[in-house]
Design a protein. Structure first.
Length: 113
């Protein structure tokens, strides 16, 4: 099992920025592919960004060019820098480690127009 604790969400105006953090309590963190997901009210959870152990990154089309995912293996942490935020980015954001069923409590991001 893995414990995930997300933080950094909040209320921001459109065009603003937020930086999300996720701390993972798991062994061999550096050997895990990780990602950020989000779930808006009434919608399914969707992948926002992923970063593999190789450092390769992938992004949803809706956030490419605005969001940047990164990781710090020494701190067992994942980050999501979100710039040029839009109201449609409003959702609960979750981090996730590939191969585990565990999810954290998420962090709420609300973007006002």
């Amino acid at each position: 099992q893995v414990q995930l604790v997300e933080s950094g969400g909040g209320l921001v105006q459109a065009g603003g920025s937020l930086r999300l953090s996720c701390a993972a309590s798991v062994s061999f963190f550096s050997m895990k592919n990780v990602g950020w997901y989000r779930q808006a009210p009434g919608k399914q959870r969707e992948l926002v960004a992923g970063i593999r152990t190789s450092g390769n990154r992938n992004y949803a089309d809706s956030v490419r060019g605005r969001f940047t995912i990164s990781r710090d293996n020494a701190k067992n942490s994942i980050y999501l820098q979100m710039d040029s935020l839009k109201p449609e980015d409003t959702a609960v954001y979750y981090c996730h480690l590939e191969g585990f069923d565990s999810w954290g409590q998420g962090t709420q991001v609300t973007v006002s127009s």
